[in-house]
Design a protein around this ligand. Sequence first.
Ligand code: C5P
Length: 222
Amino acid sequence: RHKISIAIDGPAAAGKSTVAKIIAEHYAYIYIDTGAMYRALTYKAIQENIDLNNELEVANVLSSIKIELKPANDGQIVLINGEDVTDVIRTNQVTNQVSIVAMHPKVREEMLKRQRLLASNGGVVMDGRDIGTHVLPKAEVKIFLKASVEERALRRHQENIKKGFESDLTKLTNEIANRDKLDSEREIAPLKKASDAIEIDTTSMTIQDVVRTIENYIEERL
Ligand code: C5P
């Protein structure tokens, strides 16, 4: 069977990466978490004490780093110039500032290049915000995953508790809503459903339900 490209977009904490990983594994495709790339850049820029609002300086940090996404047992590991940053790019500090970094046109331009290169051989499941609209406009399968902000915050909250992390549901809800707002209202490649994407509202669906729905859709297109 020929290898296609699968784009999965949607707001924060909608379950994109969970579902994308399962689907990639099923088809033996490469999974590319584009959010991790923006997070890696944000982490590095914070470390270097860069003003995140300064587009040129942030873009310069990006040109100085190699970001690698490598498959691992439970998903993928993220490396910056060879250093494992898988966990540190998920801190609140990074999460709550990544949307500022992701607004800059020069940053998005470079990310777009890198992401297209990673996907150039097909056989990829790529998740993010602008994959169906900008990065892979010709993807054979485009999915837009959404869920109510309350449900998304609740899922994150339960994940945090399970991991033994401190978690405040109200705060999480506000942070997620704020990130969605910044991602949806930015000038360049905002979070938006592609006109040819199928929209799945996962609010009252299990992960299994979502995966099954997407795989049925993929099967029609292989
Ligand atoms: O997917 P994740 O929540 O890890 O993404 C982190 C942030 O990276 C998003 O909130 C958004 O600001 C940015 N992002 C983006 N375009 C993508 C993927 C992520 O702007 N394709």
